[in-house]
Design a protein around this ligand. Structure first.
Ligand code: ATP
Length: 221
């Protein structure tokens, strides 16, 4: 449900952020401007339920890296909602809770093209998509296709690829597709590089402060 006259448009970007990288940060900065969002929150997961095999780095470290990386950005924050629960949590429950907290605002959920591709593995995925607005962001190597979702959901898709100027959110909830961000970097690749070479040699992938944090706490060795 979207309030009839929302006071603010607030985006939440869920993920592991292990570590946060420029792909994630570019998504935040670009969507704030493109969709004229008031605030953008990273929402680190305690442990993604659809990735049971991989155990992430401590939430404290992931939170610290996110907060260092966003400290100078007044409209970008880090939500502790999922970490506070201290256990794996479904997006459906988190999103329902967010909507009940931000009753006067429009809650917008953000995901990358790889998450969109595997959306059917999410618990109550169709309801997740129907709960509120979603923005699906392109990512190199992951084509944006729609044939894995039902017609009802297809009707909600608003394809704004190619649009780099302001996009107005429609009055009814939508699933927006944008290619305004194209940055080829992944957290898995960053972790693998460090594990292999013992140093973070691709400094263009993460902000300096995150690189220093990784070094100081000897993460991903
Ligand atoms: P991993 O390689 O470990 O899966 P990741 O780089 O995909 O990590 P996540 O924390 O899993 O990072 O991703 C959080 C969200 O960010 C997901 O919705 C993912 O699709 C999106 N995302 C990650 N990297 C990019 C990127 N380069 N461009 C656009 N979206 C991205």
């Amino acid at each position: 449900m979207i309030p009839a006259h929302p006071s603010r448009n607030i985006a939440f970007f869920g993920g592991t952020f292990d570590p946060v990288h420029f792909g994630h940060l570019n998504v935040a900065k670009t969507l704030l401007e493109l969709f004229h969002l008031d605030e953008f929150f990273f929402l680190p997961a305690f442990h993604a339920p659809h990735k049971p095999a991989s155990k992430p780095t401590s939430g404290y470290h992931r939170f610290a890296m996110l907060s260092h990386a966003t400290i100078g950005e007044s409209r970008i924050g880090v939500s502790t909602l999922e970490l506070d629960h201290a256990k794996s949590r479904y997006s459906f429950d988190t999103l329902t809770e967010l909507i009940s907290i931000y009753t006067n605002d429009r809650v917008v959920f953000v995901m990358g093209a790889d998450s969109w591709q595997e959306i059917r593995t999410w618990h109550r995925w169709e309801e997740v998509l129907l709960l509120t607005d979603h923005i699906v962001v392109s990512r190199p190597g992951y084509p944006l296709t729609f044939d894995h979702v039902s017609e009802k959901l297809n009707d909600r898709i608003i394809d704004v690829r190619g649009e780099n100027r302001r996009v107005q959110l429609s009055r009814t909830p939508g699933i927006y597709f944008t290619d305004a961000v194209l940055f080829d970097v992944s957290a898995t690749k960053i972790r693998d590089d460090i594990r292999q070479d013992d140093v973070l040699d691709r400094k263009d992938d993460v902000p300096d402060v995150v690189a220093k944090y990784i070094e100081k706490y000897e993460l991903y060795r």
